[in-house]
Design a protein around this ligand. Structure first.
Ligand SMILES: Nc1ncnc2c1ncn2[C@@H]1O[C@H](COP(=O)(O)OP(=O)(O)OP(=O)(O)O)[C@@H](O)[C@H]1O
Ligand SMILES: CC(C)(CO)[C@@H](O)C(=O)[O-]
Ligand code: BAL
Length: 282
């Protein structure tokens, strides 16, 4: 497995693979890899000949008061896990390589509708940053396939729409959320939790599954269910950011006639912001 830091090296290696008619899968990450990321890489190895994993903590998607500076950077450990999972190439560029003219002068990609609400409302500019860097990664790697986790449900919807709207010949594959034994979705940010917070964190998934089963049993008073879920989170010591029951495709508030629903949640535990979701068919 090779690691490259420059676009020039990346392009020259990929050109050789393309000349051999190899198919390429891209797994974009911000590093500090865990089993959730590795599941994406394994899926990629089944779907394409060559797997490129990018590791880039993208400053454009972080708000001014967010955790850009403290976000864990663990390249050596990440490389070892990727090698074991059958990854071919790691692309770990510097910020200057990606934004040589700085962030203020950078052309941006805006994805309407699905970027609005939920994390888009709580993290203004976040999905613009994600859509921009993912578009750039797609142009740099030119993959046949790209794999993203369903844990970031709204992000996956944003990327599906941008790929469709910009006519990119890339198949987007979503992969299920990998969880700890107690249900907590694996996330790099779980590492910020104190022992006491870590013990409380599974309440997020427990609340999701409880609301999901009530929907399956026929409840459709969505606003009341959302309110009850936020109260359950607050009662356990979390500070709910949002708990929204939405149409799985549009991410708009659920309507009585909708059959495919997704429950989207974000909540703070101390200073750590956790997100999760679960989908229900009724
Ligand atoms: N538990 C998980 N199961 C499946 N996919 C995941 C999981 N966690 C992250 N991913 C996916 O891995 C890719 C890279 O995500 P990222 O590097 O932000 O990881 P993360 O652990 O979600 O970090 P963060 O704590 O910053 O949200 C995304 O497509 C994301 O959806
Ligand atoms: C897709 C992504 C790598 C873009 O920076 C990031 O948002 C992430 O890790 O989910
Ligand atoms: N996992 C999505 C990346 C972010 O929170 O910035």
């Amino acid at each position: 497995m090779r690691t490259v830091h420059s676009l020039k090296e990346l392009r020259s290696i990929l050109k050789a693979f393309r000349q051999q008619d190899k198919t390429i899968a891209l797994v974009p990450t911000m590093g500090n890899l865990h089993e959730g990321h590795i599941a994406l890489v394994r899926k990629a190895t089944e779907a394409a000949d060559i797997v490129v994993t990018s590791i880039f903590v993208n400053p454009m998607q972080f708000g001014a008061s967010e955790d850009l500076d403290k976000y864990p950077r663990t390249l050596a450990e990440d490389q070892a896990q990727l090698e074991a999972a059958g990854n071919t190439l790691v692309f770990a560029p510097t910020v200057d390589e990606i934004y040589p003219e700085g962030l203020a002068n950078q052309t941006k990609v805006v994805v309407p509708e699905v970027s609005e609400g939920h994390c888009g409302a709580s993290r203004p500019g976040h999905f613009e940053g994600v859509a921009t860097v993912v578009t750039m990664l797609f142009n740099m790697v030119q993959p046949d396939i790209a794999i993203f986790g369903e844990k970031d449900f709204q992000q996956l919807a944003v990327i599906r729409k941008l790929t469709r709207d910009l006519m990119m010949p890339i198949e987007i594959i979503g992969a299920p959320t990998i969880r700890e034994d107690d249900g907590l979705a694996k996330s790099s940010r779980n590492g910020y939790l104190s022992d006491q917070e870590r013990a409380i964190a599974p309440v997020v998934y427990k609340t999701l599954t409880s609301v999901a089963s009530q929907l399956e049993q026929g409840r459709s008073d969505f606003n009341t269910l959302e309110q009850e879920a936020k109260e359950a989170l607050a009662g356990a010591g979390l500070r709910p950011d949002y708990f929204n029951i939405v149409n799985s495709l549009t991410l708009k508030p659920a309507a009585e006639a909708d059959r495919e629903l997704t429950l989207l949640v974000a909540a703070f535990l101390g200073t750590t912001r956790l997100i999760d979701n679960i989908s229900v068919t009724r």
